[in-house]
Design a protein around this ligand. Structure first.
Ligand SMILES: *[C@@H]1O[C@H](CO)[C@@H](O)[C@H](O)[C@H]1NC(C)=O
Ligand SMILES: *[C@@H]1O[C@H](CO)[C@@H](O)[C@H](O)[C@H]1NC(C)=O
Ligand SMILES: *[C@@H]1O[C@H](CO)[C@@H](O)[C@H](O)[C@H]1NC(C)=O
Length: 194
C-alpha cells in the first residue's frame, strides 16, 4: 500500500502542478476576454442606448398666402421623409427643443416659381433667418442667409447650443413664397452632445 501510494504520488505530482498553473491562467484570460468584450460592445452601443437622441427633419406646411414671416413646418413619416424624435412642433408649426445640448441644424429653402423676374419684381434684400424666437431671454439669430439677385435657393448649417424650451423660428422675407417640394425645402436639427 505504501509503494502504491508512493507511485501514485509520483504520477500525480506533475499533473497537479501543471493544472495548478494552467487553470488560473485560463481563468484570467477568460475573465479578461469577457470584460474587454463587454466594455467594447457597450462603447459601440452607447449612441443607440442614450436616451433622447433628439432629432427632427421637417417639411414645409404651407397654407397659401403668407402674412407671418415665419415658415410653418410639419414632420411625420405619414407625410413622406420627415419625422420628429424628441423635439416638438407648436401650434404655429415652430420647432420646440426638449433637451439641452449642442445641435447641428441645417436648412434649405427654395423659392416657388423662381426666375430672374422674381428679382426684378422684388428689389429689396430677401433673406432667410433661423433664430431662437422664444423665450425672449434666449432670443438670438443663428443663421442669416441672403438670396442674392438671381438665386432661387439658400442652404446652410451650423452647430449651436440649444436649451429645453427654446423655440426656433425660420423667417423668410415677405411676400416671397417657398417651394413645398420636400427635396427643395427642408429644415432639421440633430442633437450631437450635451
Ligand atoms: C399644417 O397646417 C394646417 C393648416 O393651417 C394645420 O391645420 C395643421 O395642424 C398643420 N400641421 C402641423 C403639423 O402643424
Ligand atoms: C406657380 O406657377 C404656377 C403656374 O404658373 C401657378 O399655378 C402657381 O400658383 C404658382 N405658385 C406660386 C406659389 O406662385
Ligand atoms: C421672425 O418673425 C417673428 C414673427 O413676426 C418675429 O417675432 C421675430 O422677431 C422674427 N425674427 C427674426 C430673427 O427675424
Amino acid at each position: 500500500a505504501t509503494e502504491e501510494a508512493a507511485s501514485y504520488q509520483v504520477n500525480r505530482w506533475p499533473w497537479a502542478s501543471i493544472l495548478r498553473v494552467i487553470i488560473p491562467v485560463l481563468l484570467s484570460i477568460g475573465t479578461c476576454y469577457l470584460v474587454c468584450n463587454l466594455c467594447f460592445r457597450q462603447q459601440q452601443q452607447l449612441p443607440r442606448m442614450l436616451p433622447g437622441w433628439d432629432l427632427a427633419e421637417l417639411q414645409l406646411n404651407h397654407t397659401g398666402s403668407r402674412q407671418d414671416p415665419r415658415l410653418r413646418w410639419q414632420g411625420s413619416p405619414a407625410l413622406g421623409r420627415s419625422f420628429l424624435h424628441g423635439p416638438e412642433l407648436d401650434d404655429n408649426g415652430q420647432l420646440r427643443i426638449q433637451r439641452d445640448g449642442i445641435y447641428r441644424l441645417h436648412i434649405q429653402v427654395t423659392l416657388a416659381n423662381c426666375s430672374s423676374s422674381t428679382w426684378t419684381a422684388e428689389p429689396q434684400r430677401a433673406t432667410l433667418t433661423v433664430a431662437i424666437c422664444s423665450p425672449a431671454a434666449h432670443s438670438i439669430s443663428l443663421l442669416r442667409l441672403s438670396f442674392h439677385r438671381g438665386a432661387c435657393w439658400v442652404a446652410s448649417q451650423r452647430l449651436t447650443f440649444l436649451a429645453h424650451g427654446d423655440i426656433l423660428c425660420t423667417n423668410l422675407t415677405l411676400p416671397l413664397l417657398p417651394s413645398r417640394n420636400t427635396d427643395e425645402t427642408f429644415f432639421g436639427i440633430q442633437w450631437v452632445r450635451p
